[in-house]
Design a protein around this ligand. Structure first.
Ligand code: HSE
Length: 441
């Protein structure tokens, strides 16, 4: 059978990784796919194709439309990332009857509903395994392997850069900016690294996972986003003292009222496996009603790990080329006409425990006032630590104390009110650092 001809848009970290893996494992891949898969055409700003990537017989262009309009190309791999021109190119590829593989989580999370509708109309596929959690086959696991289950919730470390930063800060006391720079050099970070540290990238991935888990349309705009930039080394230390690690989690949970879809730093008991996922590694814990918890772990970023997922999508599409479009695995796991309108809940209505850190004057009655406010808000305290604020040797004793509180499960809205009230106290000399706590049991 003739090889399947692929057009590649973008030859950066993931594009080069894809070419490398296709070349190195060509024989195994052809045995699996039933046909050889070759990169026939590459759109890149480079003036020539680099040696050693197995692209010596490939054509090159600076204009991606040359690739999209080429009748020989059956599958277009979009690796430009971002919104435009990626969206225009993908829609054009679909309009031209090409299948698409993309690693572009922002594109799928924000425009996926429109893209999938167009793909459906054209009878072609859009595959996006590499858009979530790099090399971990989590889309396939959720969409196919766990399709017997009602998924109750999932929680994931789904941004490698953020996890790398938190791990290096904790283990080596390294500076935030310094670790971020290294993540950029290693090709982990987004073009705009604030997407990594402010939770936007994780939010894109969570919106995708949530849709596939619960059979709802993609709704990135309703995702609560909070990044890691406000986490201080002392929070990591106090959390540890209380028996927790801090991880940046994306959480999607089904409740009777609707679906929680939120990204924020989270205290997790140290004994949970996911609390020990470090560096650029990602992990997604999925709770299904039949299977119970399953943990999916692997490299969340980087050239070859992400290429592993891109090539798996190429193999899947190659196998599906001759199948009846009506019998393919649906883009969002559930049949397009069977998606539900279960609402995404506003953040104010979720329930979690909370870690609170604040600084207050070290004088009688302060703690009583704070606990009174919490009590009035029906908020119970689970654990408490008080530390004299640090003073240098020879200085007079500090007049402030650092207070760390762990609450029991409370409604987010009630917690917000109590935090505002405590912050307004004259004796409270800092803002409150609040990190949500999840037992993930
Ligand atoms: N910037 C992303 C991360 C790349 O660090 O996880 C993989 O999606």
């Amino acid at each position: 059978m003739a090889p399947v001809k692929v057009g590649l848009l973008g030859l950066g970290t993931v594009g080069s990784g894809t070419a490398t893996v296709l070349k190195r494992n060509a024989e195994e891949i052809a045995r699996r796919a039933g046909r050889e898969i070759v990169i026939d055409y590459v759109a890149t700003s480079k003036s020539e194709l680099p040696q050693g990537l197995g692209l010596s017989n490939s054509r090159i262009t600076t204009d991606p439309f040359d690739v999209l309009n080429d009748p020989d190309i059956e599958i277009v791999v979009e690796l430009y990332g971002g919104d435009e021109p990626a969206k225009r190119l993908v829609l054009q590829a679909l309009a031209n009857g090409k299948h698409v593989v993309t690693a572009n989580k922002a594109l799928i999370a924000v425009h996926g509903n429109e893209i999938f509708a167009q793909a459906q109309e054209m009878g072609v596929l859009v595959a996006f395994e590499s858009a979530v959690a790099g090399g971990i086959p989590i889309i396939k696991a959720l969409r196919e392997g766990l399709s017997a289950n009602k998924i109750n919730w999932l929680a994931g470390i789904i941004n490698g850069t953020g996890n790398f930063i938190l791990t290096e800060m904790r283990d080596k006391g390294r500076d935030f900016a310094d670790v971020l720079k290294e993540a950029q050099q290693l090709g982990y970070a987004e073009a705009d690294p604030t997407f990594d540290v402010e939770g936007v990238d994780a939010g894109h991935k969570l919106a995708i996972l949530s849709s596939i888990a619960f059979g709802i349309p993609l709704q990135f705009d309703k995702t609560y986003l909070e990044g890691i930039s406000k986490i201080a080394k002392e929070d990591v230390d106090y959390a540890s003292e209380l028996g927790y690690n801090i991880k940046h989690l994306g959480i999607a949970r089904r409740t009777e009222q609707g679906i929680e879809q939120r990204v924020h730093p989270t205290l997790i008991p140290k004994k949970r496996l996911i609390a020990n996922v470090d560096g650029v590694m990602n992990a997604i814990l999925v709770q299904g009603d039949a299977v119970g918890p399953t943990l999916h772990y692997g490299a969340g970023a980087g050239g070859e790990p992400t290429a592993s997922a891109v090539v798996a999508d190429l193999v899947d599409i190659t196998r599906a080329l001759t199948s009846d479009p009506g019998n393919r695995v649906p883009h969002l796991a559930f049949q397009a006409d069977a998606l539900s309108d279960t609402p995404i809940l506003p953040m104010e209505s979720i329930q979690t425990s909370n870690y609170l850190r604040l600084t207050a004057s070290d004088q009688p009655g302060v703690l009583a006032t704070i606990t009174q406010i919490l009590g009035d808000g029906n908020i119970s305290i689970e654990a408490f630590i008080q530390k004299q604020s640090a003073t240098k040797t020879g200085e007079k004793a500090s007049e402030t104390a650092t207070i760390i509180l762990l609450t029991k499960v409370v409604n987010e809205g009630e917690m917000n009110l109590a935090i505002a009230e405590i912050e307004a106290l004259e004796v409270v000399t800092s803002g409150i650092t609040r990190i949500r706590v999840e037992s993930l049991s």
